[in-house]
Design a protein around this ligand. Sequence first.
Ligand code: XUL
Ligand code: CO
Length: 437
Amino acid sequence: MAAFPDVDRIKFEGPKSTNPLAFRVYDENELVEGKPMKDHLRFSVAYWHTMRGTGADPFGPGTMVRPWEGPEDTLDNAINRVKVAFEFMEKLGTPFYCFHDRDVAPEGETLAETNKNLDAVVAALQQEQERTGIRLLWGTANLFSNPRYMHGAATSCNADSFAFAAAQVKKALEVTKQLGGEGYTFWGGREGYQNLWNTDMKREVDHLGAFMHMAVDYAKEIGFTGQFYFEPKPKEPTKHQYDFDAANCINFLRAYGLEDHVKLNIETNHATLAGHTVEHELEYAGMQGFLGSVDANTGDLLLGWDTDQFPTDVYLSTKIMLAFLKYGGLAPGGVNFDAKVRRESFEPVDLFHAHIGGMDTFAAGLKVAAAIRADGVLEGMVKDRYSSWDSGIGAEIEAGKHGFASLQNYMLAKGDVTPNVSGRQELFENVVNRYIF
Ligand code: XUL
Ligand code: CO
């Protein structure tokens, strides 16, 4: 029985459409910079929010109406949920999904039983993947919900928690490989601390480095060639997460010799929690060669936590797509909607409204970004701003021909700098707006 009987395949109907169950901008086969939109955007549904989000918050229980869910999280229920997930994704037209091991299958009494449950659900996932052609963008392990991870997993003071986490990631890598996953993500979970008095930070971070090496080694051993991602987040659930922001993660990866194996998965709401913009995080990762994938969502200007709302802002999606186009595109990453419907949006159809909005917003961002790039006006203005580096003393400095002494001689002879020109921030902002309205 269909879980969404009133929804057909969501179609592109163009900007004039007022059909709430249609795309107005996302036309998967439309070519942008010579490539179909669907290959640029590589949309992915996050199983944990879309299939497992209950709407619970610290003040009250779940609100979501999900008629396909049984009263208990049994294996049968989990397998049935896989069919619902794929019906949803097929109707939506997203080519990818992402999951944590514990999103898809219930935990058993023992690790062995848990792994058996996971195998059974993975078989169902594999079947549905084959039936629909929908693929796994990345897999990951939930190393934060079970109380055994209360002090963290790889960074726990309890060595057994590290060992359990290792066993869990080993299994998660195996099933990710089995499902043809194109990547594997490490998000910190509880890898961080609440209070430095009881924390040996050096030991914890060393352990995280060792843990990630074990994952890289094991991937090699089993022939998993997908891309590893590290996902920055500054706080929540811990006060200070070790994967704080892009710069912090890149330093960690270099310090522990992981830079050739791991790129970053940047999430908008995590960037803003860190006091950055997402475009800052993307640009920083990009210029360092670490740009991997994006968890698409947005926070709330007035709320200081990870609200994980669906993105609806074309400025935001434009900035994200500009960064990815500049650094060679998203593949093998994608636009993964790590976003949840609001607690008040409790009907199944709201899942469609949320994703359709996010997909149209990113499709619009892609088109605006491509138009900005095609014109080259913005790029030309930036280039002009730095033109003092293209010839004369600037070019000589960049070519490594100078030191402090020769520059002192240059300046003594010249007397003072060539006058500065305006930064024209407002004009730059207006130029961007030309492509939006
Ligand atoms: C948590 C978060 C995670 C990761 C995957 O804030 O973003 O869902 O994306 O573990
Ligand atoms: Co995320």
